[in-house]
Write a protein of this length. Structure first.
Lengths: 293, 129
């Protein structure tokens, strides 16, 4: 009987010893481990809840989860507080890193989107600010083919000689290009006049192409009723305004930098009225030509 | 003097070799970890984490120094733990730094776009989006 009690006591002592060693950690250790694992779990949950993390930093988040799993194992299997808190710390920092990586990529996406916006805005500003879409570097010759019929786009007979002069100049100078600008008087809606002016420019282009000028050297555009050279109050003035202006210039390779001057004169005469504006324009163009040489 | 018969048995020689090899492995793993941690700290520093994520960066540097000291005192386990923590701290410092930089860039370009837009609308009051 006595030896049974002794062995039972021995077993109990061993049991308590074993329990103290691995099964029931001290309350303070348990609390420390719970805190460490809890913090890491929270950080990982937060990161998992962010869709950007899943999209951009899934591998870092996975590493965080792996460390958390190891931390839990270290606690449950061995009650090794030091290893547990260490692994939980790694998990927490990795979750935070995943979050920051996702933040970075999100901001970078925003930068890219804003850059696209900016390029589009710049293009819009450029489109609206430079009046003619086409640059005429160093205009060396300008002709006005006036006297189009009211509402008509047929090249007027009285302008035939100027037209053939233009065609000859272009044929003799294969390096030059030409800009044809259609205009109307102020009768009718601006939209109608815009398309009528374009048709007049097209008619002049067709005539030049018939005369042997390559269409690749010709650019046409419409100014509608915007730039009259004479008063729209008289029938004679309106006839002057129903015109096509032809500007011959060197290509970009031969002349750089004077495109602004050419562009400004093209639309500069504005509301001046009379022939004054046009004379100034010719003078300006002649100066441009001299500057080229 | 070491008794000569200790290494007569081949299995004992083998066991001794294994112990040596294991400790060499442990050293190599620690040295690799220390090198990786140092690299992570250097990268964070190059990125500018000292200015943009100073708390995390300083923690990483502290732990790296402690890890080096522990390794010198042959406290390999401590050294390994500290080095690993230094690495994740440095990675976090760098990620925080990069995220902040990207955020600043986004704010900057957005501001300039807004200014551009305002300027455009002033110049073209007729423009409707």
């Amino acid at each position: 009987m006595k030896h049974i009690i002794r062995s039972a006591t021995g077993a109990l002592v061993v049991g308590i010893f074993v329990a103290g060693c691995s099964s029931t950690p001290s309350a303070s250790d348990q609390a420390a481990a719970d805190t460490a694992i809890g913090n890491a779990s929270q950080a990982i949950d937060r990161a998992s809840g962010d869709p950007h993390v899943a999209k951009y930093a899934s591998s870092e988040l996975q590493r965080a989860s792996d460390s958390l799993g190891q931390a839990k194992t270290a606690w449950n299997d061995k009650h090794d507080l030091q290893t547990t808190t260490h692994l939980a710390y790694l998990a927490q920092q990795r979750a935070a890193t995943a979050q920051e990586l996702a933040n970075q990529r999100t901001s970078e996406e925003r930068v890219a989107a804003e850059a696209t916006r900016r390029d589009r805005a710049m293009a819009m500003v450029a489109e609206r600010r430079t009046p003619p879409a086409v640059e005429v570097p160093g205009t060396s010759m300008a002709q006005s083919l006036a006297g189009f019929g009211f509402g008509k786009a047929k090249v007027p007979t009285q302008a035939k000689s100027e037209l053939s002069e233009v065609a000859n100049t272009l044929k003799n100078n294969p390096g030059q290009v030409v800009v044809i600008e259609g205009h109307t008087d102020s009768v009718g809606s601006p939209n109608y006049n815009h398309s009528l002016a374009m048709k007049r420019a097209e008619a002049v282009r067709a005539a030049l192409v018939r005369d042997g000028v390559e269409s690749s050297r010709i650019t046409i555009q419409s100014q509608g009723e915007q730039n009259p050279v004479a008063s729209n109050d008289t029938s004679a003035g309106r006839k002057e305004n129903r015109r096509v202006q032809v500007m011959i210039g060197n290509t970009n390779e031969t002349a750089m930098g004077s495109s602004q001057a050419g562009a400004a004169t093209a639309s500069g005469s504005g509301e001046q009225g009379g022939q004054k504006g046009q004379h100034e324009q010719k003078g300006q163009n002649a100066q441009d030509g001299e500057r080229q040489q | 003097m070491m008794p000569a018969h200790l290494f007569h048995h081949p299995s004992r020689v083998l066991a001794a070799c294994c112990v040596l090899a294991l400790s060499a492995c442990a050293n190599e793993a620690l040295n690799n970890q220390l090198a990786n941690s140092r690299e992570a700290v250097d990268q964070a520093k190059i990125a500018g984490a000292q200015e943009r994520a100073p708390a995390q960066f300083d923690t990483a540097v502290d732990k790296l120094n402690q890890a080096g000291a522990a390794a010198e005192n042959r406290k390999n386990k401590d050294a390994m733990r500290l080095a690993q923590e230094a690495q994740v701290d440095a990675n976090l410092a760098r990620a925080t730094n990069d995220a902040m930089q990207a955020r600043l860039a986004a704010i900057e370009i957005q501001k300039s776009n807004d200014a551009l837009r305002a300027e455009y609308l002033r110049a073209h009051p007729d423009y409707k989006r």
